[in-house]
Design a protein around this ligand. Structure first.
Ligand code: URA
Length: 434
């Protein structure tokens, strides 16, 4: 077999066999297939597509390139959740304790922030001493004992994806549905869970800008899950504006505590209840999603979900006093109010721009070696549909560096579109594919 012939076959829109895909991915991971050959194949896939079977075979070949986490020592169905990334998306930090409080088992490997979107690990590290490096034994123990763990990846999971993703990034082949689907699903499946809930976001702040594309991606991922015997569902959710009001690490944890205390922003709470109900269904805890939602409402009301967050923090060495009293979080001391320059309805609030403004305030990394200012970020006061008068408070910027204010404010103001027209209210979940 030769890489050359495989590239030529896909160039001519022919179907690749399982063996050909495996040969190529294995060779590329080992360095036997070159970057320029892999670039050519990626572009051929981008232009001519992959059918369902090829996409499943690509996912399998990518999984085989590294380790697969063995969670067999955890009793019961292990459920995982993946979001394609949004701004202000702290749903994992709410869902994991909520589902664990309802009897679910969640063994979660999370990532760091990417570009303008935040990452669960960075948010957790805003909790003093919280350790995302968990030994294999503790990882299993915490889930068996408490029903939950959230850690960084230690094993060598899907090295093929690391190489391919970096190559896609510089060869204009990122936004190909089979390539995204195989990239995400290979990592989820290699992480060892039995069931997977995908939150596929669409809108300004998301990878997929339209719900049609998000639906295609969701269908591709559900079909990979099915092909590889993982019970998989996908919710297609709107991320036109940020979720909740807080963007930035410590600020978002404070909002998580609010939701787990049965308060908090309605959009965030609603999304978590609906995604959580799907996770309980996938876990075989409750097959009727309305009843599952009722169970979750109860664990919010009776405090059990918040207790689970505390358990997570204690297990992983974090300072639980900040969870008990969220005012103990260190929030950056330079505070700047951003005021409306005109009156009207907030017609649009561009999540991507709010995410960049938060990054400019210091809450994210502009290069991969940057330090994060955990107390930096943005609290929105006005979201889509609100009426504002000139001079009303739109949002507040928190930073440790006064020199960051000007650019962050400029970006934040550009995120708001004020109009005489009131925007239509869209449901946060467009569709669930099971
Ligand atoms: N996230 C991933 O992990 N992979 C992609 O290809 C796109 C988003």
């Amino acid at each position: 077999m030769r890489a050359f012939d495989i590239i030529a076959k896909k160039r001519d829109s022919k179907e690749l066999s399982k063996e050909e895909i495996e040969f190529f991915i294995d060779g590329y991971t080992k360095g036997e297939v070159t970057d320029y050959q892999a670039s050519a194949l990626l572009m051929a896939i981008y232009l001519n597509g992959f059918n369902e079977e090829e996409t499943v075979n690509l996912t399998m070949a990518m999984i085989k390139s590294g380790d697969v986490v063995d969670l067999s020592e955890i009793n019961g169905i292990k459920v995982d959740k993946h979001s394609t990334g949004g701004v202000g998306d702290k749903t994992s930090l709410i869902l994991v304790p909520m589902v664990a409080a309802a009897g679910g088992k969640v063994a979660k490997l999370s990532g760091r922030g990417l570009g303008h979107t935040g990452g669960t690990l960075d948010k957790l590290e805003a909790i003093p001493n919280f350790d995302i490096n968990v030994t294999k034994e503790n990882f299993i123990d915490f889930v068996n004992k408490s029903g939950l763990v959230i850690a960084g990846q230690t094993q060598n999971i899907v090295p093929a994806d690391k190489k391919l993703y970096a190559l896609r990034d510089v060869t204009a082949t990122i936004d190909s549905i089979p390539l995204i689907a195989a990239s995400i699903m290979s990592k989820k499946i290699a992480s060892g869970s039995d069931a997977i809930l995908l939150d596929v976001k669409y809108g300004d702040g998301a990878f997929m800008k339209t719900k049609e594309d998000a639906e295609k991606l969701a269908e591709a991922m559900v079909s990979i899950g099915k092909g590889l015997n993982r019970n998989t569902s996908a919710a297609i959710t709107l991320n036109g504006e940020p979720l909740g009001y807080a963007i930035g690490n410590a600020l978002e944890i404070q909002e998580v505590i609010e939701v787990l205390s049965d308060r908090g922003p309605e959009d965030l709470r609603e999304l978590c209840l609906r995604l959580g109900a799907q996770m309980l269904k996938l876990s075989n805890i409750e097959s009727d999603v309305n009843k599952a939602r009722g169970i979750l409402e109860e664990v919010l009301k009776n405090g059990k979900a918040l207790e689970k967050l505390k358990e997570l923090v204690v297990n992983q060495g974090g300072d639980v006093s900040v969870i008990e009293n969220k005012d103990l979080f260190t929030i950056s001391e330079v505070v700047h109010e951003v005021k409306a320059k005109e009156e009207g309805y907030v017609y649009e609030l561009n999540a991507e721009k709010v995410g960049i403004a938060s990054l400019l305030a210091g809450a994210g990394r502009e290069t991969k070696d940057d330090d994060i200012d955990y107390g930096a970020g943005i609290i929105l006061s006005k979201k889509m549909g609100s009426y504002v008068n000139k001079g009303d408070l739109l949002a507040t910027i928190y930073t440790s560096d006064i020199n960051r204010i000007e650019k962050a404010e400029e970006m934040l103001l550009s995120a708001y579109t004020i109009s005489n027209e009131k925007p239509a209210k869209a449901d946060i979940i467009y569709k669930i594919i099971e």
